[in-house]
Design a protein around this ligand. Structure first.
Ligand code: PXP
Length: 256
């Protein structure tokens, strides 16, 4: 792997291992086992979203993931809504990173970015308290210059750009896909120019990972649902290894 390739980290989101487990109210498949497999297969860290309705990841999962990640010396990226409950859980566990996401109970998944412009006064103090506790705070935002600027102004160290609209457009052969990719590139440039670390995630699959990974400012991708689906056919370790290879291929073109 080239030096440039190694700069793009992969966080594997294991939420949907818990979705399958919870469909039967069983103890399997175990998200902790998935985390161990993911780290062994080349994930740089583990991402998990504790939703307010606990539809997949549970409080006990977060307790166990915090232990695993600490033991393995790998980052846990705790995705959460901007609520007092989630802030308290983050402060109790002190994960490496917290990614602040919008949450609506009726949504199927995180359907858009956090509105940091409108939520500035609510979000800024939470970012301040999490950052003061040593947590790297990220805002999950749409590729919108106003949101990038607002993330900087609330004190976030990182922005994670929502790639869902672009990935969906590619899958549905929507002609707006190139324009959406250009929007992600512009937002990444803008964020980096403001001194923010830039991440991306949501909806990424084997087709969309390369154009996204080729955005030079990106330092981390967070990928979940597609990998867990692919694991049904080829196993979680090989699914992650393939994603890692595609990321590295995209990065080696950049380095060339
Ligand atoms: N990043 C964030 C902030 C997310 O909320 C999610 C979904 O939980 C992901 C990345 C991963 O998205 P996906 O599961 O579609 O790969």
């Amino acid at each position: 792997m080239t030096a440039a390739a190694s700069l793009l980290r992969l966080g594997v989101n294991i939420d949907h291992v818990a979705t399958v487990r919870n469909a039967r109210g069983e103890s399997y498949p175990d998200p902790m086992r998935a985390a161990e497999v993911a780290l062994a297969a080349g994930a740089d860290g583990i991402t998990a979203h504790l939703r307010e309705d606990r539809r997949h990841i549970s409080d006990a999962d977060i307790d166990a993931l915090a232990v695993i990640c600490r033991r393995r010396g790998r980052p846990l990226n705790f995705e959460c809504a901007v609520t007092p409950e989630m802030e308290a859980i983050a402060l109790a566990h002190l994960p490496h990173a917290a990614c602040l996401v919008p949450e609506r109970r009726e949504e199927v998944t995180t359907e858009g970015g956090l509105d940091v412009v409108r939520g500035h006064n609510k979000i800024a103090p939470v970012v301040g308290r999490l950052a003061a506790a040593g947590i790297r705070v990220s805002c999950f935002i749409d590729a919108d210059p106003a949101q990038v600027a607002a993330a900087k102004s609330v004190g976030a160290q990182v922005v994670e750009l929502h790639t869902g609209a672009y990935c969906e457009a590619v899958r549905h052969r929507d002609p707006r896909a190139p324009e959406l990719l250009e929007g992600l590139k512009a937002a990444a440039r803008e964020a980096a120019a403001l001194g923010l670390e830039v991440h991306a995630g949501h909806g990424i699959d084997y087709e969309t990972v390369k154009p996204v990974a080729a955005i030079p400012e990106l330092m981390e991708l967070n990928i979940g649902h597609f990998l867990i689906g692919e694991a049904i056919f080829i196993g979680l370790g090989p699914a992650i290894q393939r994603m890692r290879t595609l990321m590295d291929e995209a990065r080696s073109v950049l380095a060339a």
